[in-house]
Design a protein around this ligand. Structure first.
Ligand code: AHR
Length: 533
């Protein structure tokens, strides 16, 4: 940033700070991008998904049944398949969540009519008079069918909490053993799938510090080793160990220290799960109706994820300096208190607004910037739940504002991270504690061939932000396309009756030699796709 501009921005920020909680914003922000120095590949897996047997996620959200009048492909909601394909969903995590540590995979195979009805962990959260009995109509074959339709890699969470290593190994063999080898492969073939599923991603338990067994990290490390030592070698696995509750007040570093300390001498996992919820359950903050302070509070808490990633990565490096184990942020999203469910039994479903879309943009920018550390991430959860891309109830279906951010960030998937320099200008914003400092903008950039993608979020409720993106190293901008997701109402949402209220619109971008110029609307996420020479 030019000295004059930086001084101006700093002055504006300072004025905001002096003036109290009124938001302030910098002007004429300059960003420097170095496409010639592109870094790590942003794994497409960072844009992954999670669906759990919980409320209306699987039954009705994903699975409408083969005899349903709702358009479906073998029982799977067709609109869901089409939209997941459209955004290039790279993976889907299943069957939980907390549900996974009570799930026995054999209950979900074979003739649908003969499958047992079983207890679901989420029974405890159901409203009085409603129950969560699991019908097991959606099992491993149905899940793999969904993955194939979408083109997504399956990521299975195995039952460590109430299962055994043998049950886990049998599930792996059932999924991956080639036809004609073991009896489990023959059983899979008899159930309609002669070809192995080739499942590579396996979570060894879920939240083992909580609903997955209330264990200490050392106890879990012992179990982890027992579960993976005899892992059947059909498909080279990517094993994910349970990691910390990243949204704990202390970041839960103790879990990471304890687990890796107890793993000394053993084969490290490929992935180490971090759960990070922007968690408003213990507060009065609501999903659909909120104040300006509550708008900013979501971002203030959401961006703490960056420090959580850095802290755990540093801690892991003490035990594994070569960083053979990567982070897997396999649950993330904004979790509000109950009250905006789309149906009484659809527990954890919530109204998704423009605020959640901006949180998504900031989260993806964090993932992109740490592409060297993160192997995978999974939004919690894709449909009818926390931070969802879709809401569905019977024949009704709607894409939320979060969906559009997934769509807008598609070009980053598999592209290489471009170093980005911009002055870290913090501004004073209203917050639940009165006021707080928040970065005035979030950004990340990537390149594939000569196609540059830049994503920018302006959280200000007050002011648009003129931005000049300067390309270094002789790169020249040839042509650019802009797309902005915003709305004049910060609480704007898409509903079954108004499904297109929040959607991206073409946004003017000017190219001038080594520079791209645009103005970020207030309260917006903006995408720039630019061809460079
Ligand atoms: O996503 C909802 C729940 O949140 C998951 O089941 C659990 O892993 C987490 O606590």
């Amino acid at each position: 940033m030019k000295r004059r501009t930086f001084a101006k921005a700093a002055a504006v920020a300072a004025i905001g700070a002096l003036a109290g909680p009124a938001p302030s914003s910098p002007a004429d922000t300059e960003i420097e991008l170095s496409p010639g120095d592109a870094g790590p590949v942003i794994s497409p897996q960072l844009y992954g998904h999670f669906i759990e047997h919980l409320g209306g996620v699987i039954y009705d959200g994903v699975w409408v049944g083969r005899d349903s009048s709702i358009p479906n492909v073998g029982g799977i909601r067709k609109q869901f398949v089409d939209d997941m394909k459209r955004i290039g969903a790279p993976n889907i995590r299943w069957p939980g969540g907390c549900f996974a540590d009570g799930y026995h995979w054999r209950d979900g195979i074979g003739k649908a009519a003969a499958r047992p009805r079983t207890y679901n962990y989420w029974q405890r959260s159901m409203p009085a008079g409603l129950d969560a009995t699991e019908t097991n109509q959606f099992g491993i074959a149905e899940f793999l069918h969904l993955c194939r339709l979408v083109g997504a890699a399956p990521y299975l969470a195995a039952n460590v909490g109430s299962g055994t290593p043998q049950e886990f190994h049998d599930w792996v063999a059932y999924c991956n053993a080639p036809a004609g080898t073991v009896s489990l492969a023959a059983e899979r073939a008899a159930n309609g799938d002669p070809e192995p599923y080739g499942v590579r991603y396996w979570g060894v338990g879920n939240e083992s510090w909580g609903c997955g067994g209330t264990m200490q990290p050392e106890e879990y490390a012992t179990l982890y080793r027992r579960f993976v030592t005899q892992f059947p070698a059909y498909t080279a696995p990517f094993l994910v160990a349970t990691g910390p509750r990243g949204h704990s007040a202390d970041g839960d570093i103790g879990w990471t220290t304890g687990f890796f300390g107890a793993m000394r001498g053993a084969m490290p996992p490929n992935g180490f799960s971090v759960h990070f919820y922007t968690d408003f359950r213990p507060t009065a903050v609501k999903a659909g109706d909120f104040t300006a302070a509550e708008w900013y509070e979501v971002f203030l808490r959401g961006v703490r994820l960056e420090k959580v990633i850095e802290d755990h990565w540093r801690e892991m490096g003490k035990f594994d300096p070569a960083h053979r184990t990567k982070l897997v942020v396999d649950e993330w999203g904004v979790w509000y208190r109950a009250g905006s469910e789309i149906a009484p039994g659809y527990i954890l479903s919530e109204t998704i607004t423009l605020r959640d879309a901006l949180h998504t943009g900031m989260t993806f920018d964090i993932f992109n910037r740490h592409a060297d550390k993160i192997a995978m991430a999974n939004v919690a959860q894709t449909i009818n739940c926390i931070h969802s891309l879709f809401l569905a109830r019977g024949a009704d279906f709607v894409r939320t504002p979060v969906y559009h951010v997934f769509d807008m960030y598609r070009s980053h998937m598999g592209a290489r991270l471009v170093p980005l320099k911009s002055p870290v200008v913090e501004v004073n914003v209203p917050a639940m504690a009165g006021s707080a400092r928040l970065a005035a903008m979030s950004a990340s950039a990537s390149i594939r061939d000569r196609q540059l993608t830049v994503t920018l979020t302006n959280p200000s409720l007050e002011a648009s932000m003129p931005v000049r993106i300067r390309l270094t190293g002789g790169a020249r901008a040839l042509e650019a396309r802009g797309l902005a997701l915003t709305h004049q109402d910060m609480r704007a949402t898409n509903t079954f009756t108004k499904p297109e209220e929040v959607k991206p619109m073409a946004h003017p971008v000017k190219v001038a030699g080594d520079a791209i110029e645009l103005t970020l609307p207030k309260q917006s996420v903006t995408l720039i796709d630019c061809r460079i020479a």
